[in-house]
Design a protein around this ligand. Structure first.
Ligand code: PLP
Length: 382
């Protein structure tokens, strides 16, 4: 189990974030009363600071630039590959017709539209590096424990910013990852442990000993922050644009960054009408990118998740193949786990009529080895 201490300050700041989202406005009275914590909450949400003179003013979030972060380049012309990342958001939200019926409409948010790792992890790679450089601005070597995607994202952004990267991967991850990461320019080492969280402490010590920096996706609040400032706001705007009757969001949990942010955002703004469900591997199963909650997660404990569903590796693969064959989308194994979660909830009658959003974290190309083994095994059984 990965031990992460309770952070009382973070808990307070996230409480303020929830209040701000719930009220949709900021009163100067409250702002001036807890300025330090308030400022941190505003930075989590990407909101300008209110100008408070009398102390009696109230500002609606729209007047403090709440949605200004989401400003896509409509003609898709970008002045750098970094812009190609954050000015190309929102990632698409698409109706999955093959899974939808009159009562339940199922939408997928396609995180493989991110350019570097073709995954949700581009967001945190960008946010952790940007926040680090804003504070220290010194060239360094980044150390990170990763199951591939964060490694790809960090390496791409480090290349853009002139930094070097050393990555540590568990032995359970597909072999293709070493090749991809080395092509991108990272130094890669395998560790004889099955989960990344099992050696985060070792990576931390090594980085300190060798004078590098461990950004640490598992504990770095820039992870949660980027999903609040961007992923959640994007989805909010997309839900409004398509006039969805949003009843639930389903995602996988790895660091818990994206699902925790989505839960904090949507439950604070829309109450318990929006259920949030997580997918985790069933005991003894490996699904790259996600892991069991009891292995230790930071942000999940500050938010409400309605249910965490166990999914086996075969269920995840079967659902990934199903979506490729029904919708033409070649998604990764954790997306398959998210679909399997949806199917189980539906079967158990847990889903009310309305719209459901499935977060598909990445593309299927990295998992060719797992797909090949699965196809071989099913051929033998036929
Ligand atoms: N799915 C894949 C393929 C991932 O790489 C990750 C994160 O590593 C996740 C899901 C989980 O995302 P998070 O770390 O935001 O919980």
């Amino acid at each position: 189990m990965y031990i992460i201490g309770k952070d009382e300050r973070l808990e307070k700041v996230l409480g303020i974030v929830a209040e701000i989202l719930k009220k949709g406005k900021i009163s100067c009275n409250e702002y001036l009363g807890e300025k330090d914590l308030m400022q941190e909450a505003l930075s989590f949400l990407g909101i300008r600071e209110p100008s408070c003179k009398e102390g009696t003013e109230t500002y609606h979030l729209d007047h403090l630039g709440f949605f200004d972060d989401i400003s896509p380049s409509r003609l898709r012309v970008f002045s750098s590959t970094e812009e190609l990342l954050y000015k190309n958001w929102p990632t698409p939200l698409v109706l999955l017709r093959s899974l939808s019926n009159h009562n339940l409409r199922v939408w997928a948010k396609l995180e493989f539209f991110n350019p570097f790792s073709m995954s949700v992890k581009d967001r945190i790679g960008w946010s952790m590096i940007t926040d680090y450089l804003a504070k220290y601005n010194n060239p360094t070597v980044l150390y990170e424990a990763t199951s591939t995607n964060t490694g790809m994202a960090l390496t791409a952004l480090a290349n853009i910013k002139g930094l070097k990267v050393k990555l540590f991967l568990p032995y359970t991850i597909q072999k293709a990852s070493d090749i991809i990461l080395r092509i991108m320019g990272a130094e890669v080492q395998r560790v004889q442990k099955s989960l990344t969280v099992e050696f985060v402490g070792d990576v931390d010590e090594l980085a300190k000993r060798e004078g590098g920096i461990h950004l640490n996706q598992f504990e770095n609040n820039s992870n949660l922050k980027v999903h609040l400032r961007y992923t959640a706001k994007e989805l909010d705007l997309q839900v409004r644009e398509a006039s969805l009757k949003l009843r639930g969001i389903i995602g996988g949990v790895g660091t818990s960054g994206h699902l925790s942010a989505l839960s904090l955002y949507f439950k604070s703004k829309y109450g318990d009408n929006v259920k949030v469900y997580g997918a985790q591997p069933a005991p003894g199963n490996v699904i790259p990118g996600i892991r069991r909650v009891e292995t230790g997660m930071k942000w999940l404990h500050y938010v409400k998740i309605d249910k965490v569903q166990d999914v086996t590796s075969s269920e995840a693969i079967e659902q990934a193949i199903r979506i490729a064959r029904s919708e033409g989308l070649f998604v990764g194994l954790s997306s398959g786990a998210v679909m399997a979660t949806f199917e189980k909830l539906k079967k158990n009658g847990a889903l009310q009529e309305g719209d459901y959003v499935l977060i598909f974290p990445d593309h299927g190309f990295k998992y060719i080895e797992q797909f090949a083994t699965y196809l071989e095994e099913t051929k033998r059984q036929d």
